[in-house]
Ligand binder design. Structure first.
Ligand code: CA
Ligand code: CA
Length: 384
């Protein structure tokens, strides 16, 4: 989809869903503050979750505001509509009066934040989504479309130089058991560790209800929603499903959003990874499964593909390489392969697709994150 079409869609408020799947070869007061309990030995400051009271303006938008304290690190602003109709943010204005969702602001998240495109049932904006943004102290204001509630997940404390992220794996189906994930979880943990982030991986929880063995990758699907809503509110939830069904078959994994939801039990509080898509017979490819889980978790925490499939759209991170179609699509098929993008982001964890199977068997991996990608993860509201 090109930029002009996006613009038209946004102007009509015909919002589009962000694509984040990975295929082989997306008068205001604050009330109801609750603090999720994280059981860790070290001093832990959990993000605070609050619901923001809104007023309807004369322009028809729902307005709200919130205060980021002096030691604010990051926040995730989320809007929900429980019948899964389209929701989205129209504006988000910082304490200096800059609307960071406006195309005329510098820098901005216009059509690069999922909350500015909008989505079905849930949309959000993460700050910071690159080192060009910061959770400035002071009063922020926003306008959004009709919704059932807006929540703020706010992290404050000392500016991070490292990070620990708690991960909760789940497994469904009967073909594989929790122990079969160990090697892939180890690969995932090593990838994050090499990029300066410690993962604290909880014991895998088995979900044996048969309806969750194969599910849709659409998070508003009733069954998928019921599955993901079981996720922990103090962790990044990785659902290792036996398989996707229907048209999703063959997809390696997908995330509920970029980022997903954090700290609130709902249908967007996790990512899916297909075990069948990583299997040869009954043997799981631990390296590829570890990379997929790490990639989907990257989406969940706010990282976009460094280069999208067509080689014309890129992330907003300035220190990740771009692989443009104009100079790198060597076979002129309109798709940027990892091989064509070697040295141009093909080895980045957040490249849009995997290496070919022959490249992988030669040892090619996607395990790197740039310094700025690492910083987004370290500042995540769910990190500590
Ligand atoms: Ca980039
Ligand atoms: Ca190509």
């Amino acid at each position: 989809m090109n930029k002009l079409l996006y613009t038209i869609l946004i102007s009509l408020f015909s919002l589009t869903i962000i694509s984040c799947s990975k295929k082989s070869g997306s008068s205001t007061t604050t009330t109801d503050t609750t603090e999720p309990v994280i059981s860790e030995v070290t001093a832990v400051i959990a993000p605070t979750i609050s619901e923001i009271t809104q007023t309807i303006g004369n322009d028809g938008y729902y307005n709200g505001s919130f205060v980021v304290p002096n030691d604010g690190i990051s926040y995730l602003l989320s809007t929900f509509l429980d019948d899964n109709s389209l929701v989205g943010f129209y504006s988000l204005t910082d304490p200096d009066g800059i609307n960071i969702l406006s195309s005329s602001s510098t820098p901005n998240l216009y059509y690069t934040a999922s909350g500015s495109y909008g989505a079905y049932g849930y949309a959000n904006v993460l700050v910071p989504q690159s080192p060009s943004f910061s959770a400035k102290a002071g009063t922020w204001t926003f306008k959004n479309y009709a919704n059932d509630r807006v929540n703020l997940t706010l992290r404050s404390g000392t500016a991070p130089t490292s990070a620990t992220i708690v991960v909760q794996p789940y497994i469904t189906g009967t073909t594989w058991v929790a122990g079969d994930l160990s090697a892939a979880l180890s690969v995932m943990s090593s990838i994050y560790s090499a990029n300066g982030i410690t993962l604290s991986i909880n014991s895998t929880i088995t979900i044996s209800d048969s309806q969750y063995a194969a599910v849709s990758g659409t998070f508003t699907n009733t069954t998928t929603s019921a599955l993901v809503s079981q996720g922990s509110i103090t962790a990044v939830n990785l659902f290792f499903i036996e398989d996707y069904y229907g048209s999703w078959s063959g997809v390696l994994g997908n995330a509920a959003g970029i980022p997903g939801s954090m700290g609130i039990a709902n249908a967007w509080n996790g990512v899916l990874n297909s075990l069948t898509a990583h299997a040869s017979g009954t043997t799981l490819d631990a390296q590829l499964l570890g990379e997929t889980a790490a990639h989907e978790m990257g989406h969940h925490l706010g990282l976009f593909h460094t280069t999208e499939q067509g080689g014309t759209e890129f992330d907003i991170i300035s220190d990740t390489a771009e692989c443009p179609k104009s100079s790198r699509d060597n076979n002129s098929n309109g798709k940027m392969s990892a091989e064509e993008c070697e040295g141009y982001g093909g080895e980045n964890l957040m490249f849009w697709t995997t290496w070919s199977s022959s490249s992988r068997s030669e040892g090619n991996k996607q395990e790197t994150l740039s310094s700025y990608q690492q910083q987004v993860l370290k500042y995540s509201p769910i990190a500590k």
